[in-house]
Structure formats: C-alpha cells, structure tokens
Design a protein around this ligand. Sequence first.
Ligand code: NAP
Length: 256
Amino acid sequence: MDLGIKEKRALVLGASRGLGKAIAQALAAEGAVVFAAARSVDKISSYADAADTLHAVELDLGQIDQVDRVVDGLIKDGGVDIIVNNGGGPPPGAAQTAERAAWLQHFEAMAANLFHLNARLLPMMKERGWGRIISITSSGVEQPIPNLALSNGIRSAVVGWSKTLANEVAGDGITVNVVMPGRIHTQRVDELDAAAAKRTGADVAEVAAKSRRTIPAGRYGKPEEFADVVTFLASARAGYVTGSKIRIDGGSIKSI
Ligand SMILES: NC(=O)c1ccc[n+]([C@@H]2O[C@H](COP(=O)([O-])OP(=O)(O)OC[C@H]3O[C@@H](n4cnc5c(N)ncnc54)[C@H](OP(=O)(O)O)[C@@H]3O)[C@@H](O)[C@H]2O)c1
C-alpha cells in the first residue's frame, strides 16, 4: 500500500530514542523528509546519518526560546506537513501531593509549548490544504494510572486540545489525532520495571513478567508496531480519521 507521504515533511518530537525514534525511522522509510528532535541530538545523529532524509534537530521542549528557534527555521525552510507531538514522561506521584511548581513545569514542556509549536506551524499546513497532527499520550487518559497524577492530568489536556483543534481544521484537510500507548517495550519501560524491582526488592524479570500478565496480548508491544499505526495516521490514506483517540495497548484498557 502506498501511503502517499513521499517527500512530505515531518517533525517528530522526542525522537532520540523509544517511540519517537521508531516513528521517525518509519516515516523516513516511507519516503518522508523527517526532522527528528530531542535534547540528545548526538543520539539522533547516530541513527539519522544512515538516511539522507532524516535530520537531527536539537530541542528542549521545556525552553520556549528553543521551540521558537526551531519553528522559525522550519517555517523558513517551507514548514512541515506532519507533526508528531511526543516527549518525556513526568515523574510519578500522587494527585494529593503533586506540587503547583511541578504542574506548571511539566505542563509547559508537555502541553503549552507543544500547543504553541503546532499553532505556529498550522498556517502553512492550511495554505497547502493538507496536514497530519498526531499526539502521543498514554492509556492513562482513558484509565488513569495510579501514582501518575502529573501524566494523567497533563496528557488529558493534550486530548482536549487535540479534539478542539481537530474540529477547527478538519475542513482544511488537516487531521488531528491522539494515540495512547499501553506498555510498549522501550528503554523507558525497562527503566520503569527496574525501578519497580528495586522498590519492591523483587527480581526485575518477575516484575516484567507480572506486568505482561496484565496485558490480554500477554506481551509488551514493539516500538515498530506502535510506529506503524502512527505512520498510517500520518498517511494520505488516513484522511478521514480525525478527532480520534487510538489505543495501541494489546487490549490493556478494560473498557470498550
Ligand atoms: N513506552 C510506553 O509504553 C509508554 C506508555 C505510556 C506513555 N508513554 C509516553 O510516551 C512518550 C514516549 O515514550 P518512550 O517510551 O519512547 O519514552 P522515552 O524512551 O523516555 O523517550 C522520550 C523521548 O522524549 C525526549 N524528551 C524528553 N524530555 C524532553 C524535552 N524536555 N525536550 C525534548 N525532548 C524530550 C527524549 O529525548 P532527550 O532526553 O534526548 O530529550 C526521548 O527521545 C513518553 O512521554 C512516555 O511517558 C510511553
């Protein structure tokens, strides 16, 4: 199936590892010109150098001056057709003890600065009458994950923004969707399993096995499986899918 995105220009955020990296590589494999951004630009360069359609961009989403500088460069260069909103997860913690300063700090990096970046890149998509905006959130926006108050709360704001924007720009040929990873096997998931093992004194393999047993599919997802769904949503073929939340979780969320 030709996905119709050859030479489309894609900005993938949080692309130095994990889900963002897999998405950047999948889009590049479909012939898109990909700008892969994160703070560790060296890590991006280490895989981007292999493909001449992949470009490494240094960006800390917590720094609005850096966001504006990157956007200025992209606009000067012709804008982008596809944006994948992604970045780091906030620290764990309960809702009743989360501090105001933490809410503000993480809201800025995970929501406000992303909204600003998208708003600045949208006019060129509208001019071309074509665009794809996909935001990576978490299954926690449908089924809040205990002790992840910042993540559950801030990512829900991304969902609200995404649906509002989807309605505003559907007539301009721009789709706006949210994807919700359950447990996809990235380095971050290994780090979380290792932290849980340390906290409980259990063996890390047993922690991971227990976690897998909670997933109907009986396994963690592969980053490539996640990236394939995002790549389809970014494609010309998915032009009538907008304002949606898509689960990529092996059946983890218990409701339909
Ligand atoms: N994997 C899962 O199963 C799962 C499940 C639910 C939700 N999620 C969420 O989905 C997102 C991606 O997951 P992942 O497993 O790929 O996470 P990851 O391995 O931790 O990757 C996060 C990416 O975001 C970048 N990043 C972090 N802080 C940033 C900042 N301030 N500015 C710019 N880039 C930043 C990181 O690169 P630098 O450090 O180089 O900047 C990295 O490339 C995360 O938010 C995660 O919490 C993942």
